[in-house]
Design a protein around this ligand. Sequence first.
Ligand SMILES: Cc1ncc(COP(=O)(O)O)c(C=O)c1O
Length: 373
Amino acid sequence: MERAVARIDLGAVRANCERLRAELGEARLCAVVKADGYGHGAVAVAGAAVAGGASALAVATAGEAATIAAADLGADLLTLGSLTEAEVDVALAVGSDLSVWTEGFRVLVAARARAAGRPARVHLKHDSGMGRLGTFDGADVVALARAVAADPDLELAGVWTHFATADEPDDDEGYFFEQLDRFEPVAAAIRAEHPGVTVHAANSAAVFRSARSHFDMARCGVAIYGLDPFQDDPRSRGLGPVLSLRSYVAAVKRFPAGQSAGYGRRWRAGEDTWVGVVPLGYGDGVRRALTNDCDVLVGGRRHPLVGTVSMDNLTIDLGPETDVEPGAEAVLIGRQGEEEIRAEELAARLATINYEITCGITSRVPRAAEAAA
Ligand SMILES: Cc1ncc(COP(=O)(O)O)c(C=O)c1O
């Protein structure tokens, strides 16, 4: 029995990667393992992803690149995000490819690569419509590609973009396809001048939405964790959930009608009932906004979370008669018997996305990676 544990099914990561590889055909799979592998534990997930056919790994920060590089998994490594000068040095020292989108940053990376004694591999970022990092004007990206290719301290490794609405198939303005229309000619022009460059655009949602987005490689995060890119049932796309969040019932108490549970007395027993106390709270990433608004699995059945979620505890109504005893397993995310609570369900209750649910599980919860089959 553990106070709290996030069990990570590495066999499911591997199977999800194989599923994506089948969807991608010839295109390569880059597994996105930033933010500690979306809260799943980056190194273990990265290893399973490589076993499942991912030939590249992507992170957001230089620190994340250093963590993944130290695991020596034999896959290409790309740092997607903006980097300070100090971070450029870290990313280059660990052998990560970098993202570049301005001439000024290109010059800086070249200088740091020269100092490090090894050319830097760069991927140019076209902002085809996300409206964040990257260069809007495709002609500028093509010009930047020429400058990179001509610089002995740099190697042109890739050109990429990122979609704003791939996960919104009802997007009637077709913004996803507008972005593709903008990116395709830029990628084609760069590929014509620099054969061998890796063109990449698709995230998980785009992989399922259109093969036109696959190009040479797809950068998939959420789907490798068996989370549905469209906030639906991941199994409907052949993806299997990877993470379960488990704890136990630390106490079972008889509540007379009218007795309240937790801070602010936000729930009172309507009749005599049994209440279970589970030693998990917002200090573990179970959001306080779930107060009186989610279920917890105990004994293979759903029980409503009642009362305020506090930092270290939450309470569940076990009903007027119960056979639940202290020590019983409690599941906040995952399967128990025939019942399952998915991250998508909690996300819908919190008006957010499944990404935020798993990323929000704090470091107080140990991750227990179960070996791939
Ligand atoms: C630039 C970039 N590419 C790819 C991904 C992976 O996206 P997803 O998790 O939706 O597959 C992300 C994640 O946010 C990203 O920021």
